[in-house]
Ligand binder design. Sequence first.
Ligand SMILES: Cc1ncc(COP(=O)(O)O)c(C=O)c1O
Length: 376
Amino acid sequence: MLPGSTNVPNRVMSAMLAPIINHRGDDFRVLYKAIVEKTQQVFQTNGEIILLTTSGTGAVEASVINIIKKGDKVIIPVNGEFGTRLADLIDSWGGQAIRIKAPFGENPPFEKIEEAADQNKDVKAIYAVYNETSTGTTLRYMDRIGKLCSRNGAFFIADAVSILGGDELPVDKWNIDICVTASQKALAAPPGVSPMSISSRAKKHMQSNPPPTQYLNLKRYFKYYEENFETPFTPALSLFYAFNEALDMVLEEGIDERIKRHKICAEAFYAGLYTMGLTPFAKPDAQSNVVIAVNYLPGMEDKKFRGLLSEQFKVLVAGGFGDLKGKVFRVGSMGEVNRYHVMRTLSSIASAINILGLKANPEATSVALEKMKPLQ
Ligand SMILES: Cc1ncc(COP(=O)(O)O)c(C=O)c1O
């Protein structure tokens, strides 16, 4: 139950047993074209798709170095580790990140972003971490940022690494120019593939201003795809097989159904944890449907609690980052998550709390079960 890497279905794991083929041959071209078309469906975009053989950070970095030039102004909400990292990356690449900060666990008010955009008409882009994995918060106004960007002529770039496939994300409808995710989170594939979607105007910009780098220079990816349905560098073939299978599973379930399942499981988690006597770290209007960050009660020591969960109940949850270390634990409710995972996690948390000598309300699991009735 980690917020990535998540459990990978056997069907997806087995797909990796397919033979290693020539990545400059027709078999690969057929595979790659199919993956691109399915990825477009999952991202809900007609834009270009690039599949990097990297973890999510590679694609996030590509979204910066292919767009940002020295002195470019960028607005970015910052309310956690991944927003902080991204803003620092923009600065280190020569951009000027205008950070719209909020206390961790909250989203900055949209009006602050609008205000910054009004004061900086020459802003090149707005970057946003849609789901801040470190705090369990989700920006619930991505559509409004999209409208703001189209009004101002700025690029809209979304880090959707920990959310795509687990919550609403209609890329074209929300006017997102670049959307970045990673295979190992809500798409439930092994780590190592990072797909990104790119609008035609972002592509045009990238082609006329490529970065002085090789591996993450996206102009090369466009060229190889257009000429031959290939990638410029050797793709991680086995991971591509797995990712292809994972996309099939997403499309077979249906995107809306998948999002509904994630929402129901998240509601069950929040309700069950609350009944148990625990509180979410995120404020109610910012709570994520894919990463549930939970405040520790006095007497719940991080290492001991997570050690109990892992050793006695074989349930893995994550700890907190930076300032939140020791203060929260984080449950990944994404990918394969279903009633079984929610019930087993909640009952293990309740048992661990009891072992620590605190009292967990035993009603928690029945409250969660009730919430998950629509999944039956
Ligand atoms: C929102 C967000 N962005 C970026 C990353 C970095 O992804 P990776 O660890 O795959 O490089 C993560 C990883 O958890 C993330 O949650």
